[in-house]
Ligand binder design. Structure first.
Ligand SMILES: O=C[C@H](O)COP(=O)(O)O
Length: 259
């Protein structure tokens, strides 16, 4: 197994747009055109966009002279083989994509991705020296029954806490309470802060203080231009993973500039 030994992670403000299964090629090019036109100054935050697989390469080509990082929305844990319909880390890297979202709640719920499978995906991404945006978060039922802290702990423990400190520079965390995704119901800034603080404490306990302090934790779930500032102002919130609002260039850039 190849791991980089140098410990050089840094907490950063990050805003990532997850375009999910939206936009064909023409629509993607239109959105990219608007983003580039309206991004008049270099944003203070690191900006990422995650198009569908078919639009990854054109998006990468279109953005290669900009600071915007292009991410994939998923990848398979195997290097190659008989896995019809799947895409590997090395395929992504061959087109220049070195960042990948793993563990989105839609993958967990609709495609049966368990903590164990996600651990394998993270491992494969890390072995390929990719950056992982790892998503986790509770369902409404878990919150109502006050199991949300334990549930999140289990998700992180079973998929990530086995990783050595040295690879955490390649991990970005994204807390996405499932009940807030695409529903218009956002977690309050206080609820987000409370969970992010909990996660940082878990990192401190299970991985180490340096990693806890240096890991970026994003919030995702109905972040819009009118609530981003308040959420991003919280001490342990380092940015956002944006779904719906990232499909509109003006809204997305307003969120990007909300620090
Ligand atoms: O990946 C993004 C999240 O699922 C949030 O989506 P949303 O902003 O549409 O609620």
């Amino acid at each position: 197994m190849k791991y980089k030994t140098k410990f050089q992670i840094m907490r950063d403000h990050i805003v990532a747009g997850n375009w999910k299964m939206n936009n064909d090629l023409a629509e993607t090019q239109e959105l990219l055109g608007k983003l580039k036109l309206q991004m008049v100054k270099e944003p203070e935050a690191t900006v990422m966009v995650a198009p569908s697989f078919t639009n990854l390469y054109p998006t990468f080509q279109s953005l290669k002279d900009t600071p915007v990082i292009v991410a994939a929305q998923n990848m398979h844990e195997s290097e190659k083989g008989a896995f019809t319909g799947e895409v590997s880390a090395s395929m992504l890297k061959s087109i220049g994509v070195t960042t990948v979202i793993i563990g989105h709640s839609e993958r967990r719920a609709l495609f049966n991705e368990t903590n164990d499978i996600l651990a394998k995906k993270v491992q494969a991404a890390i072995e390929n020296d990719m950056t992982v945006i790892f998503c986790f978060g509770e369902e409404l039922e878990d919150r109502k029954s006050e199991k949300h802290f334990n549930l999140v702990e289990k998700q992180l423990k079973e998929s990530l806490f086995q990783l050595p400190q040295s690879v955490w520079k390649n991990i970005i965390l994204a807390y996405e309470p499932v009940w807030a995704i695409g529903t218009g119901e956002t977690a309050s800034p206080e609820q987000a802060q409370e969970m992010h603080k909990h996660v940082r404490e878990l990192l401190n306990k299970n991985v180490g203080k340096e990693v806890a302090e240096a890991t970026s934790i994003l919030y995702g779930g109905s972040v819009k231009p009118n609530n981003a500032k308040e959420i991003f102002a919280k001490e342990d919130v380092d940015g956002g993973l944006i779904g719906g609002a990232s499909l509109n260039a003006v809204d997305f850039l307003e969120i990007v500039n909300s620090f």
